[in-house]
Structures are given as structure tokens and as C-alpha cells.
Ligand binder design. Structure first.
Ligand code: UTP
Length: 289
């Protein structure tokens, strides 16, 4: 069976990033860098590597730096050229004309609401959602692995990663059914279950392939955990109506929305780099000795 391809990806980037204040007072959280690249660029590169053709950013006030990052910077490029400097570091950021598309979420009413703001651009086709503060490192990338799995099962596919039982109240948690390799049938997803009530320790990191019917459910604007319009609650209503699987990624995940996770990502990726890895390694070793 062939399924409609996943061509569009929504990046909700309208959150306030309060856990990173004061850094995020005037800089979007998604522009914070891991080594030398903003978080948003890692996520966009992951999407493009998975065959995504249309990038959709759901932005808000104070996010202009994001738009500029994916545009041509004439002054910078002309100056670098005049000085004989390589443009290789910024070449990869160029988008095809007309992409990304930007829509506004006027108020941060929740992730579900942010995704719903992209409904007119998504239209009537399956789409991916990537949360850029979840940095996924692997080859192939997380979304590429999910797109390959989607070609087998269709429907809705969400990330499924194990976390310690003590952390299940921070995430959307899956009630698992049949397991087949990296795919787990999803019987239920519950956003931030109270400590001791989680049905598993499989959480949904910020990668989703969803069918457009989820937009119709989000139309109702129902509020869930924390008084926010939750994506988890809306997509959970598709379970039983459409195929719904969790996909376990073989790679590393860094929760860069959290300070400790962000520092860990910087350290891990710096250590992997040929240029700075050796000096960071010897500094870290001396620091920990
Ligand atoms: P978070 O839950 O991490 O919220 O959102 P946040 O506002 O970014 O950060 P904190 O908790 O205040 O520090 C997860 C993702 O959903 C987006 C965020 O931009 C982030 O990519 N989001 C969240 C929106 O776009 N709109 C919202 O209303 C909420």
C-alpha cells in the first residue's frame, strides 16, 4: 500500500522559553546555539534530509532573528567575499524561494494551538511536526527514520523514547500495545500523567507525523494539562480511527529546552568535532580530575 507522502513540516517556535531567561528575553530559544549552529537549523536540516519540501514556522513576536537566519545576508556575504573568506558555513542555510512559510501564533496558548495555526498551509495532507528544542543526533536522522517507517504503516507516527520512571510526569506518555522492532502500537497517549500513574516510561519526544484530521480536532480549542491546548490530547483522539504507532529512534536525544540538556548537547557535540574536540576533551578531563 502506498501512503500520501509527507512533504510539509511544521516547526512550532512561538513559545516564550521562560526556562532560559534571561537569555531568551530578546533572543528566541530556538536561536540558542549548540557549538556554532542554532537549534532551529539542526531541526530544519533534519527535516530536509527526510525529504521535506515545505518548511512552516509558527512564530510569534520577537522571533525576527529566526526569519533573518534563513534569509540571504547581503552585507555579510559581500564582505566575506571581498575578504576572500569561505561562505561554506552559511551556504547550507539557503532555502528555496517561498520556503519557509511563516504563520503567527498571536498568543502562546499551547503546542496544539501552535500547530493548528498552520492549518491553512498544511491543508489536506499528512505533515511532520518538529520541536527544535529537542535535538536529535543520528544517521539517518530521526525524521528520516520515521518517514521510512511511515512508508510501511502510514497513519500517525510519533517518537517513543524511554525515560526514567521519575520523569514521566514531564512528558506525553504512551500506553504501548504490540511491539514490532522499532514500532510500537499506541493504545493511548496521556500528557504529563501524575507521578505513579504512567502506563509506561515511553515518552513522546518532539517528532510527529500526523494526519490532517488532527486539525479538525484542534479546531475545538479544548484545553488540557496546564490550561494549554495540547497536541497530545488532540492526536490521542485519532487512536482507534487511524493507524497510530510510536517509533523508537536509534540515536541520541538532547532536551535543549532544559538547561542541563542544553549543556550536555554542547559538550557531546563539541567532543565529536575534529576542530575543537581535542581541546574541549583535555579541558573537561582536567576540570573533572
Ligand atoms: P515548551 O513547552 O518548551 O515551552 O514548548 P516554551 O515556551 O518554548 O519554553 P519554557 O517552558 O517557557 O521554557 C515546546 C515547543 O512548542 C512551542 C515552543 O516554541 C517549543 O518549540 N510552543 C509552545 C509554541 O510554539 N507555542 C506555544 O503556545 C507553546
Amino acid at each position: 500500500m502506498t501512503f500520501k507522502p509527507v512533504r510539509k513540516a511544521v516547526f512550532p517556535v512561538a513559545g516564550l522559553g521562560t526556562r532560559f531567561l534571561p537569555a531568551t528575553k530578546s533572543i528566541p530559544k530556538e536561536m540558542l546555539t549548540v557549538v556554532d549552529k542554532p537549534l532551529i537549523q539542526y531541526a530544519v536540516e533534519e527535516a530536509l534530509a527526510a525529504g521535506i519540501e515545505q518548511i512552516i514556522f509558527v512564530t510569534g513576536r520577537g522571533k525576527a532573528a529566526l526569519e533573518d537566519h534563513f534569509d540571504i545576508s547581503y552585507e555579510l556575504e559581500a564582505t566575506m567575499r571581498a575578504r576572500g573568506k569561505s561562505l561554506a558555513a552559511i551556504d547550507g542555510i539557503r532555502m528555496t524561494p517561498g520556503s519557509p512559510v511563516y504563520v503567527r501564533q498571536q498568543e502562546p496558548l499551547g503546542l496544539g494551538h501552535a500547530v493548528w495555526c498552520a492549518r491553512a498551509i498544511v491543508g489536506d495532507e499528512p505533515f511532520a511536526v518538529l520541536l527544535p528544542d529537542e535535538l536529535m543526533v543520528g544517521t539517518p536522522g530521526f525524521l528520516a527514520q520515521m518517514v521510512a517507517a511511515y512508508a510501511q504503516v502510514g497513519g500517525n507516527l510519533i517518537g517513543a523514547l524511554e525515560v526514567p520512571a521519575s520523569e514521566t510526569d514531564k512528558y506525553g506518555i504512551i500506553t504501548p500495545g504490540r511491539v514490532d522492532g522499532a514500532l510500537t502500537e499506541v493504545l493511548e497517549v496521556i500528557e504529563k500523567p501524575k507521578q505513579g500513574t504512567a502506563r509506561s516510561n515511553l515518552m513522546t519526544p518532539g517528532r510527529y507525523i500526523l494526519q490532517p484530521e488532527v486539525m479538525g480536532i484542534l479546531d475545538r480549542g479544548e484545553k488540557g494539562a496546564g490550561g494549554e491546548i495540547q497536541l497530545t490530547d488532540a492526536m490521542a483522539q485519532l487512536i482507534g480511527r487511524q493507524p497510530f504507532h510510536g517509533y523508537t529512534f536509534t540515536g541520541q536525544r538532547f532536551d535543549c529546552g532544559d538547561k542541563a540538556g542544553f549543556i550536555q548537547a554542547n559538550l557531546a557535540l563539541a567532543l565529536q568535532r575534529a576542530d575543537i574536540g581535542p581541546s574541549v576533551r583535555s579541558f573537561a578531563a582536567a576540570l573533572l580530575a
